[in-house]
Structure formats: structure tokens, C-alpha cells
Design a protein around this ligand. Structure first.
Ligand code: S3P
Length: 436
């Protein structure tokens, strides 16, 4: 595959009112639940990125009639909980861990066999975290010896409800088990060690399927049904993050991000940026289809380093690549701990970010579960994103404060979550161009 390169000129500032693409987590779930519902579900604001399109294609491959996406609009002709058909080939989920982990649960409850495959990054990611509890429910899901994809799921296995205490705070694991629980013969309860995103619980309810939540435990009972609905997907706070950080680190910036999802399980980035002294306003708070939404205004700020509270880690789990860039621009030290999960994302985000920051002259020290960053100046240079979309976009924003141009390699996967990033960022004032 050819190397898509971002060339980013140093300096500048970000201004304007922008809308970033739809939330990735909610987009995936809209296709999954819309497909399993009875009736026609209309989605707007759908993320037309490769990850959510992989989920969409998987359901088409299982016989669901889906129209779109066209300018974010998708129409799903739901087939009901038992209406999916065996696909004629393995389902290719590309780079998308969310697709694979959620589908492993949902498909364990079907009558047919199915195999899930992914790209070279997804093929290295840990799947035992879902296959072990699924096995306790009676599912049969084979992985490689190392616990990685492909996943071979045997159909027609009766599932039993379990009461599962998750060892890691993972919304993907929680969602996987709740989706399997729709097909079990008794209630399924999942307890999380710390709050994680709750889009599955909210959306199940939106489709009329009861979910009981008591403290850290979410339970579903079998025997219900999903009724088609309409879904307005908010802009993705994880994509908005690049502009929030870009604006915060560059003097004279003033950016308003519109219609951003501010679900309380996703707002760690707002809390951490505020802790670092960012001038950040949350405006026009409203609720859209069961999810809180707001406009977020960020202005150039004098940032200070901080100790990131561990309770914020799951609430900002996808935002650390960008937050590391903010830390590199802050006065003093920033310390992140309790974030070992970053090592098993689309890349090892602790090592890959540390390598890139060090290449740009930043004093960054990776630790097993986080990073220590001494803020200061950022130099120009060349960094590797290792095919990780969020690493590529984070280093692009770093150029706003760099003393020389930054070249970022392996950027094609930005399209997994943020199609149009280069155009939107260039329009807001970033000196970014494509090479290859
Ligand atoms: C996601 C959950 C998170 C997140 C991922 C999307 C989801 O993963 O990193 O980008 O949609 O459920 P974990 O739950 O494994 O931390």
C-alpha cells in the first residue's frame, strides 16, 4: 500500500465554526440495532468513515437492505432479532475493533457460522477479553492461539445469561456481552470497574428494549424486541478533540465545534483540557435522541501541565494522542497513569506517541501505563503514525506550535474515523497538504 503523507507547515491558528463528522461509536450501533429492529430506521449524521462503513457492509452481507449513506443519511430495513442470514464469505471489518468486538457478541446468538477478519492492525488486537466471557455464556468463538483475529463463530449454540465483572473498563466488552444477552435464555449482567461509554444501553432503550442499570451494573433480559426508530448522530467528540487541542495550543485561535456529543461518559477531554487551563466553553446544551449535545468553543490558551486524574482515563480513552500534544505545549510536567489500555488500540499509542514526540524534540518518557511529558518547544521533523488515524491527526495539530514543518507517514487510516479531515483542518487555518 502506498504511504499517504501529511505535510504540515509550522505555525498558524485555527478559526471558524466547524462541524466534524458523526460519532463513530453511535454510527456503528445505529447500523447494528437498526438491522435487528422491526421496521425501518432512519439515521442522519452517520459517519461515512471506513470503520462504520465496514459495519454497514457486514450487515448488507447478512441480508439486510440498507440504503445510503448519502450525506449522512442511512435507511435500514430491519430484519428483526432473528432475521439475519449467513454471509457467503468472512466479514471483513478492516481496522475496526468496535465492529469486531460488538459483532462477536451479537453473532454468537445466530443460527449460522460466521468468520470475522480484519486488517493487519486489527489482526493483532486482543480478543480474549470478549471470547472468554462469551464462552462462559455457551458461545463457541475460536481465535488464533494468541487470542487474536480471525474469529470463527459457531452458530446455533444456546446462550445462557451470566453475571460478569469486567477486568478492564471496556465499553466494547460490555456492549458485546449485552448484545449476546439479547439471545440468552436468562438475564445477562455486566459490571464495569469504572464508567465507560454507554451508547449501547441508551440506544437499546431508544429502540424500546429495556436495559436495567444499577450503579456500575447493566442488565438485559431476553425475550424483548427492538422497534425501528430515528437516530440523529451527533458530531464525534473524539474527532472534535483535534480541533479543541489545535485551538488551545495556538495563540489567537477561536474555534466553535457544532453539535458535538457530550455524553458524560465521553467528556474526559473537556475536563482534562480545562484542568490544563484551556479557555473552553460548552454552549447551547441540548438533548438529541437520547444523547446530550452542545457546541464547544475553544480559544488559544496558556496551558499548564497537570496530573491527569485516573478516573478520567476511560472517559478520554481515545483522546490521549491529542492530549499528549497539548501536554507538550504546556508549561511544566504532565503525568498520565492508569492508561495501559492505550497499548492495545489501533497502535501502541503510548510508544508510538512517545517516539513521535521525541523525534520532534519533546521530553516525553513512556511508562508501562502512561507517559510523563515535560512541556516546552516542539521542533519540526518526521514522524510515523503506524497507520493509526488518531496519531496522524494529533501530530498534524502539533505543527501549529512547531518551529519547523512536520511530515507524518502512513496517514490513509484517517479515513476510518474522519473523512475530510485535511480539507476541514486546512479551511480552519492549518497549513496541511497531502503527499505520497
Ligand atoms: C468504543 C470503545 C472504546 C474506544 C473505541 C470505541 C466503542 O474501546 O476506544 O474507539 O464504541 O465501544 P474500549 O471499550 O475497548 O476501551
Amino acid at each position: 500500500m502506498s504511504d499517504l503523507i501529511f505535510h504540515v507547515l509550522p505555525g498558524g491558528r485555527l478559526t471558524g465554526t466547524l462541524r466534524v463528522p458523526g460519532d463513530k461509536s453511535i454510527s456503528h450501533r445505529s447500523i447494528m440495532l437498526g438491522s435487528l429492529a422491526e421496521g425501518v430506521t432512519e439515521v442522519s449524521g452517520f459517519l461515512e468513515g471506513e470503520d462504520s462503513l465496514a459495519t454497514l457492509q457486514a450487515f448488507r452481507d447478512m441480508g439486510v437492505e440498507i440504503h445510503g449513506p448519502e450525506q449522512g443519511r442511512v435507511t435500514i430495513h430491519g430484519v428483526g432479532l432473528h432475521g439475519l442470514k449467513a454471509p457467503s464469505k468472512p466479514l471483513d471489518l478492516g481496522n475496526s475493533g468496535t465492529s469486531m468486538r460488538l459483532l462477536s457478541g451479537l453473532l454468537s446468538g445466530q443460527a449460522f457460522d460466521v468468520t470475522l477478519i480484519g486488517d493487519s492492525s486489527l489482526s493483532k488486537r486482543p480478543m480474549k477479553r470478549v471470547t472468554l466471557p462469551l464462552a462462559q455464556m455457551g458461545a463457541v468463538v475460536e481465535t488464533t492461539e494468541g487470542g487474536t483475529p480471525p474469529l470463527a463463530i459457531k452458530g446455533g449454540k444456546p446462550l445462557h445469561g451470566i453475571d460478569y465483572a469486567m477486568p478492564v473498563a471496556s465499553a466494547q466488552v460490555k456492549s458485546c456481552l449485552l448484545l449476546a444477552g439479547l439471545y440468552a435464555d436468562s438475564p445477562t449482567c455486566v459490571t464495569e470497574p469504572a464508567p465507560t461509554r454507554d451508547h449501547t444501553e441508551r440506544m437499546l432503550r431508544g429502540f424500546g428494549y429495556p436495559v436495567k442499570v444499577d450503579g456500575a451494573t447493566a442488565c438485559v433480559e431476553p425475550g424483548g424486541r427492538l422497534t425501528a426508530t430515528t437516530i440523529d448522530v451527533p458530531a464525534d467528540i473524539s474527532s472534535a478533540t483535534f480541533f479543541m487541542v489545535g485551538a488551545a495550543i495556538s495563540e489567537g485561535s477561536d474555534v466553535t465545534l457544532q453539535h458535538v456529543g457530550i455524553n458524560p461518559t465521553r467528556i474526559g477531554v473537556i475536563n482534562i483540557l480545562r484542568l490544563m487551563g484551556t479557555d473552553l466553553e460548552v454552549l447551547n446544551e441540548r438533548e438529541v435522541g437520547g444523547e446530550p449535545v452542545a457546541d464547544i468553543r475553544v480559544r488559544g490558551s496558556k496551558l499548564k501541565g497537570c496530573v491527569i486524574p485516573e478516573d478520567q482515563v476511560p472517559l478520554a480513552i481515545d483522546e490521549f494522542p491529542a492530549l499528549f500534544v497539548a501536554a507538550a505545549c504546556a508549561e511544566g510536567e504532565t503525568l498520565l497513569t492508569g492508561a495501559e489500555e492505550l497499548r492495545v488500540k489501533e497502535s501502541d499509542r503510548i510508544q508510538v506517541m512517545a517516539d513521535g514526540l521525541i523525534a520532534l524534540g519533546v521530553d516525553a518518557v513512556p511508562t508501562p501505563d502512561g507517559m510523563r511529558i515535560q512541556g516546552g518547544t516542539i521542533g519540526g521533523g518526521e514522524v510515523q503514525s503506524h497507520g493509526d488515524h488518531r496519531i496522524a491527526m494529533s501530530f498534524a495539530m502539533a505543527a501549529l506550535r512547531a518551529s519547523g514543518p512536520i511530515t507524518i507517514h502512513d496517514c490513509a487510516n484517517v479515513n476510518t474515523s474522519f473523512p475530510g479531515f485535511v480539507e476541514l483542518a486546512a479551511g480552519a487555518g492549518l497549513g496541511i497538504a497531502l503527499g505520497g
